[in-house]
Ligand binder design. Sequence first.
Ligand code: ADP
Ligand code: ASP
Ligand code: MG
Length: 441
Amino acid sequence: MLVLKFGGTSVGSATRIKEVADLINDSTKKLVVLSAMSGTTNALIEIADYLYKKNHDGANEKIAQLENKYYFEIDELFLKDECKQKGNDLVKFHFEYIRSFTRDMFTQYEEKEVLAQGELISTALLQYFLEEKGANSALISALNFMRIDKAGEPDEFYIRENLKRELKEVKNIDILITQGFICRNAYGMIDNLQRGGSDYTASIIGAAINAKEIQIWTDIDGVHTNDPRVVENTHAIAELSFDEAAELAYFGAKILHPTCVMPAKIANIPVRIKNTLDPEAGGTLITSGSQKQRIKAIAAKDGITAIKIKSGRMLMAHGFLRKVFEIFETYRTSIDMITTSEVGVSVTIDDSKFLTEIVDDLKKYGTVDVDEDQVIICIVGDLIAENKGIAASVFNAVEQIPLRMISYGGSNHNISILVKAEHKKEALVSLSKGLFESVRF
Ligand code: ADP
Ligand code: ASP
Ligand code: MG
């Protein structure tokens, strides 16, 4: 079986939904994972913000705006009046539910229920449309099988067993549709896999059913050499290894959710990125054995804080680093980059929720400096030491830019540098020019 995930833009309008239906409407057995229509999750977050602030008039205005968009698309989508009616009733039901929160207490639990409505609507609309076309399709609710545990990690056993049960009930159906992003938590409440999490859903499902391939259909023809929103003249990369793709996703390539490569890697299931707007384009194939290439791509991760702990007396004493890392563990804050010297250690974090507490505790062991508003730039490829000159070409490319940290050798496929946010664009453009345009490997 294939798993196909379509992102927000791919189902962003009636026209797009029709295109997706054409792409999936054949007799190959497939499980289709959908995101909410583009803009919906952002709009729901805005609505939740009004609800938190108890500004019910503001919330109602935004709810009505979003709801009306759906009625417009439904009119375009369906041919038959009875199907239009069914679509309108569905939308009315979900928006009445969202409106019900304008009367109640609003906490993070209710927010998750509000956010889930986007995927619940998009999947039902596609199913209704396929029904109108007479396709052999069925909807399976992700809330019946997708679950995270107390640590927020996918509960693999639960997912596999429950998905198996759901699939048994629709054995003779070719096209199965489910929601990306949404899940239940360990207590059975509605939760989600974080922003962009539909990619993660597809990968978790692919691993659970041992799919032949996981296809991520999006609005671009594959993983590009650099962020196309920031740099011109980027191009799609034909092949990536799981590790390379994981580094790029983790270090900011928005095209993939940060952790979505892992389940596919563990189960060794190929992941193919395809363009809904240009289905014939080759895309990017992610496997365990992709062709090696000196430098494949560059990504950037924003919102990074660097913390330097200096302690001439203690650093090289054994146990010092353990004490430092334990502080981050206490506050469940993960570290992205690390560099050390004789007298100090610098680390970066992307979650600064407990920054004050962390810095307070670190001060027991040395003097502490914090630099906020930093960006990690990650260069990915086959960067083994024998591949001479790669580090030199990276540093030549950014010679005009002040570097706060440098990390090389942690793995064979990543060099990371830390720069101030104000230098991000210049660094990405210079690296693109230096690594992909002037130097030909
Ligand atoms: P979807 O809604 O399908 O999940 P996303 O918006 O999450 O799509 O991801 C696709 C977008 O990711 C592209 O339109 C592009 O702007 C952005 N992007 C950032 N970095 C890269 C990259 N290295 N390669 C391709 N796209 C990237
Ligand atoms: N709809 C969710 C979001 O916008 C999940 C996704 O699109 O992957 O974050
Ligand atoms: Mg996405």
